[in-house]
Design a protein around this ligand. Structure first.
Ligand code: TYD
Length: 208
């Protein structure tokens, strides 16, 4: 389902852990904010009840694949209902740090079919206007996680991230997907993202 909201713009940053999603999504939200454009900046898993359970499980021991998938879907349903859809309907911009491509990639590794997960999500979650797939070799991602002083969680070991990267890349040919080489300096990546953002906004008639 292409984002059906005429004035709204849904922009998603996704990819493996440590790839720079948070930095680039924050810069993007800032860009809209500076221009006085209504922008909801949000992340998944959310801080709602399902998202909280999922974060706890990443530390305490993972849920079964079925429960984990179900919790991510429930978390996203709430997110769509409470934040994403209302903002888009009001003609605003939504910038997301992770979305259903993460479910397709990470829960895909646990045995579910990548495209089936996408389909289950798109039954209720609008497809982004622009999906930045930040791509990086997992060793580089883990390096960044450690450099920012974090300890990699249960989702974050090199084998899992290598598998997740391969999964994410299945989405690279979607029309909304912009594959970004995230191994480059942060400013270069940000410049590319800006260019793509302006083009997407213009195509949708959103002034930035
Ligand atoms: P993350 O963005 O790293 O959250 P935090 O910054 O709070 O640590 O997300 C936590 C983990 O959840 C991450 O390793 C990827 C995983 N994840 C999934 O497995 N499926 C999903 O649908 C999403 C959104 C995240």
């Amino acid at each position: 389902m292409q984002s059906p909201f005429p004035g709204g713009l849904l922009i998603v940053f996704d990819g493996i852990d440590g790839v720079g999603k948070t930095t680039q999504s924050a810069l993007t939200a800032q860009l809209f904010g500076e221009r006085g454009i209504r922008c909801a900046y949000s992340k998944e898993p959310t801080s709602g009840p399902w998202g909280t359970k999922l974060r706890e499980s990443a530390k305490a021991g993972r849920l079964s694949p079925e429960d984990e998938l179900e919790y991510f879907l429930k978390d996203r349903q709430e997110h769509v209902e409470n934040t994403i859809r209302p903002t888009l309907e009001a003609g605003g911009v939504v910038v997301l740090d992770r979305y259903y491509f993460s479910t397709a990639a990470y829960q895909g590794i646990r045995g579910f079919d990548f495209w089936e997960i996408i389909e289950r999500n798109e039954a209720f979650a609008p497809r982004p206007d622009l999906f930045f797939l930040l791509d990086l070799d997992p060793a580089g991602g883990l390096d960044r996680i450690r450099k920012r002083g974090d300890t990699p969680n249960a989702f974050e070991n090199e084998d899992a991230l290598t598998a997740a990267r391969e999964m994410f890349l299945k989405a690279k040919d979607l029309e909304c997907c912009q594959l970004v080489d995230a191994a480059r300096p942060m400013t270069e990546v940000a410049a590319d993202i800006r260019t793509a953002l302006f083009a997407a906004a213009e195509a949708k008639g959103v002034k930035i």
